[in-house]
Design a protein around this ligand. Sequence first.
Ligand code: BGC
Length: 724
Amino acid sequence: MDTWSYSILGFDPARAALDGSRFLCANGYMGLRGAPEEAGRELYPAVTLAGVYDQYRDKWREPVNAPHALFARTSFNGKEYALGAEPHEAHRCGLDYRHGVYCRETDFGPVTVRSERFASLPLCHLLADRYQVTAHEDGEVVIRCGISTDIWDINGPHLFDFRLDEGEVLTARAVTGQKGILVAVSQYVQRDFDAEERQVQDETGVFRLLHCPVKKGQILTLDIFAAVYTSLDVLDPLERCAEVRHLTGYEALKTQHAAAWEGVWRRSEIQIEGDDEAARALHASQYHLNCVAPRHALSMSIPARGLSGQTYKGAIFWDSEIFFFPMFVHTQPGVARSLLRYRIETLPGALKKAAEYGYRGAFYAWESQEGGEEGCTNFNVVDVFTHRPVRTYFRDKQIHISADIVYALRQYYEITGDRTLLEEGGAEVILQCARFYLSRANAHLDTGDVDFADVIGPDEYHERVTNNAFTNRMIRHCVESALGLKQIFADDPGMMDGLMKKLDYEKDWALLSRMYGRIRAPQTRDSVIEQFDGYFRLEDCSLQTVRGRLCDPKEYWGGDHGVAGTTEIIKQADVIAMLALFPEDFSDADVRANWAYYEPRTEHGSSLSACMYALTACRIGRLEEAWQLFMKTASIDIVGGGKQWAGEIYIGGTHPASNGGAWMIAALGFAGLRMRSGVPEVHPRLPRQLKRLTFPVTAGEKRYVIDVRRTESGETEYSVTEMG
Ligand code: BGC
């Protein structure tokens, strides 16, 4: 079995949304969905741009899809061939995870269309496609290729004032409706056949029509190159787009692209022996996370659905810090740094949001867009019965987000030993987040205990609860991190003094010192931690019972009337996420008790859930369950798992949080990787399905290879080798 690729046979338009995501090519700057070249919007083609957002009227703000400059459609003897519209004899498409190359082959009868394409990793503004037509009869082939402005948007349109230009290079430029960001794309071709070329434009774009008489068996090869720039990147996007004609040929670009991917794998690949399905799932998973990494930008984060489209509003959630960040900080710290710089640069947005709610300090957006702007609306779900929007409180109450960011900032410092990020704004973020919690706290006058009331934890089905165990623990960590800064800067007291003055922080510091230690610890019952105050008083029933109460499969389980709200059934890992993030706080017996209690009560309704359960399962030796959860997590973007709907809202796409989760289970769970004073240690828990696990880790300037293997006699051996 080839563990580096995945392909499917046959074409089913009903699967188009899913296939667009699972065959995604991306390079951090943009995502090219895995739709066939000839696709119209009914097959959801898109080139989704990272960090470019727009709002149309009162619809949701979402990322902008650029015009599609790899559009190509073939006609033979006057008849047009397009998947979805015309019957075909056979179709196959696939993705090579090692080099990020998509390919398809469709036999339409008289002609076969074959293509191979990629979003260049080293040249992030470039898309390239080798498009080949094989004639099975004598006749005339016409290839219509160019820039399609017939853009698929969920909440669009976003682009206006199109200007299309013909020429050696075709170009299209338009501006976004809300902020007037200029988006330009160009298309240039090289071909190995003589053709009569005409150019046309209409309301769907600007195209070349390449007419070519063919003989039976003849193969026409057309190399299509597309460039994409916006006015956020460069002063003159159109001029830069025109440079596409100076590129070296397809083969050279592909070689360069493949070499860049080899570099990514050298730094991050987890090799697995013992189970090919698992090895492939892990390659898929690591591919999908690596391909959306913002390597081209010093300050950028990754949306919850990567660059696979506009679902989840292209927004940045806690997924970034808690789920994507670990793989990057252990393998490609430059990317981890970019994710955190995004938070540092969006601090003003977080300060503004806190102030809007009447608090001080930094309350980060739950769904963060550019500038830290809050993308989360008050009505995030649509009721399937009334079709009315349902008021949800994610943006107002999911306050753990600020502490999650602090958690990653501290990890970055502890793992890389690099203090500069703290110096360049990270320390300020930590202090402002701690200040937010100070102003958000409810202190009891009698006891001095501190509650956090009216919050939402990771389990979103229970809204507006008090003392969510996860949230309180994260806040304590945040406060501890703020108070720990003086220690970190002990050799440079001027730096802390300056910051304290700048932020007028003396009084808050004293209050924080008092608050730390008083933040309410959770209640426990037989070692089981109560998820929030009163959770144990809710109806204790099975997942099946709750599921049985649904009147519609797309019904939302949370909110005021959701079926889960009055029960102990939870959406995703919550207490268990806390156990996974703070392993030192809890004994194995605690983990055992909580795992046994919460797992059966968890719907795993979020793709973020399984990996937290798997990580904790490794610790307590529930390796069979850990393995199942690992497979579920790692293969999500192959099988197309995860929920597709929240109420009436489509939420499909790729799942970078699961992708990051798969890395965590393999490295932190199965291998038991821990960093101690900048040096990796391992405490392996190999499930029986695995014979060997090998992967690189970067720590500061040093690189290590971790190797964990099972011997013939069934014992586990391991080594940690520093690379020269
Ligand atoms: C989950 C959140 C997550 C978001 C984006 C929601 O369904 O409950 O925890 O951040 O999806 O992945």
